[in-house]
Design a protein around this ligand. Structure first.
Ligand code: SF4
Length: 466
């Protein structure tokens, strides 16, 4: 089993997709690192399976071009992406390290609908060298921005954690033996990789990126790219909820949100607003944190923002508790099932993010470890079988709204777990992870990020006439 850090689960990246944008981007960066010092004549990129079927809408072509050009998804100025791609397309020239390689995206990026047997998200780089040798590098984008290179072992097998965890059973055994919380166990594992100061700093900076994303999404209006003419809604909802209140910066906005009316309908609208904001940013190639994926990036920020805005909290300590707990739950799904929609449908994205958020919230609300995993189990239980059918291959419909639903289910699951008796629970988290994986295997391929089934299939009937 992989030894997964919380920082593998929460990665700063660029929208709209972790598996179709961030993963291929990282694969392209890996190719650049390997070949930048060789004399390269040409590069061709072949996208297979789901990467080909929804790659245009998910920005896979953009991601590989930026990766080969040396831009990093964690640091790129996202406002420059359109310009950089426009220039590359016009000049038909790829900056590759210190070399400039002739590259015509319409010919050199091929969308091949066939599936490779190892994983539905596969991409291959064919590198022709000036010494006439030809190299091929094949990668699989296995969800959440994780990649696996053909022929290599799973990532991070060499990490040694004091509390190795492959299942809920392992986790609860350590918790019981050490008589501590889930986040305390996760922290001990993280300490084998980083200092306490680094872990704290990095977790808070992840939250800051999430918070910035919510703020930006709440203050950006207009139409999302891609051709569906989807209107951004967080901007208008934020305005409506604040009833014309004036503020000058993020800190004043946060104060305004916290002091707004705390009725049930107001709070649920805020939760929707936070989730919409993140996923509209994601759809617009903005800066997001994979949590555990980009398509589902709004659930965890929405639930944590709800907690920090409307519940009694302990500030930074709660942010850290939330993220450590949620990250561990996400890694259990990655190890025992999948976080790739191309493997498991939307249950693997929105379902897992909702489960992670439910666990994080329950830990912050004072739930014991049994209640935390119970909340995670409940949240996934009610996402089982959720299909992935993004219209036109864009991470917009149903994706953006679906994050609001995932956030609400997470809060309900947490409340149920906190008010229930965990000894009465009939289903364990391990059981639900296994069930999710069985469901994923039974699910027809057309419902797994191909845009060939469900909502995506009936697009022409559902879209308003132009
Ligand atoms: S339908 Fe769900 S899994 Fe599919 S792209 Fe949208 S958010 Fe991701």
């Amino acid at each position: 089993m992989e030894r997964i850090s919380v920082f593998d689960m929460f990665k700063v990246g660029v929208g709209p997709s972790s598996s179709h944008t961030v993963g291929p981007w990282r694969a392209a960066l890996d190719v650049l690192a390997q070949y930048r010092d060789r004399e390269v004549k040409s590069i061709q990129v072949k996208l297979f399976g789901s990467l080909a079927k929804t790659g245009i809408g998910h920005g896979t072509d953009v991601a590989v071009m930026l990766g080969l050009s040396g831009y990093d998804p964690t640091t790129i100025d996202t406002s420059q992406i359109a310009f950089l791609i426009g220039r590359l397309q016009a000049e038909k020239s790829l900056p590759f390290g210190t070399q400039a390689i002739a590259f015509d995206p319409t010919e050199d990026i091929q969308f091949l609908k066939k599936f490779l047997p190892t994983h539905p998200n596969a991409l291959r780089f064919v590198i022709k060298l000036k010494d006439k040798n030809i190299a091929q590098e094949t990668y699989y984008s296995i969800g959440g921005g994780f990649i696996k290179k053909e022929g290599e072992l799973p990532m991070h097998e060499d990490r040694i954690f004091p509390f190795p965890i492959d299942s809920e059973k392992d986790l609860m055994q350590w918790v019981s033996r050490e008589n501590c919380s889930i986040d305390a166990i996760v922290l001990q594992n993280e300490l084998s990789l980083n200092s306490p100061e680094t872990i704290r700093h990095q977790l808070l900076s992840i939250w800051k990126t999430m918070e910035d994303c919510i703020y930006k999404g709440c203050h950006t209006e207009g139409i999302l790219p891609g051709g569906l003419s989807v209107q951004r809604r967080a901007y208008h909802l934020n305005k409506k909820l604040l009833k014309g209140l004036n503020y000058g910066n993020k800190s004043e906005w946060l104060d305004a949100v916290r002091s707004s009316e705390k009725s049930f309908s107001n709070m649920t609208r805020w939760i929707s607003c936070f989730a919409l904001a993140v996923n509209e940013e994601n759809a617009g190639f903005g800066r997001v944190v994979t949590a555990p994926t980009n398509g589902a990036a709004g659930v965890i920020p929405a639930v944590l923002m709800y907690y920090l805005s409307f519940c009694q909290h302990q500030g930074d300590d709660d942010i850290i508790r939330f993220l450590l707990t949620a990250g561990e739950i996400g890694s259990l799904f990655k190890k025992g099932s999948t976080i790739s929609a191309a493997m498991g449908g939307c249950q693997a994205e929105i379902g897992v993010s909702s489960s992670m958020a439910a666990a994080g919230l329950t830990a912050c609300e004072g739930g014991n470890p049994h209640q935390v995993v119970m909340a995670a189990e409940i949240a996934m239980e009610h996402h089982l079988g959720l299909t992935c059918d993004p219209i036109s291959g864009l991470v917009q419909i149903p994706c953006i709204e679906r994050n609001t639903m995932g956030a609400m289910k997470a809060i309900t699951a947490s409340q149920l777990a906190l008010s229930g008796e965990f000894t009465h629970s009939k289903i364990r988290l391990d059981g639900i992870i296994k069930t999710m994986w069985e469901t994923a295997k039974d699910m027809h391929r057309k419902y797994k990020e191909t845009s060939e089934g469900g909502l995506a299939r009936h697009i022409s009937e559902m879209l308003p006439e132009c």
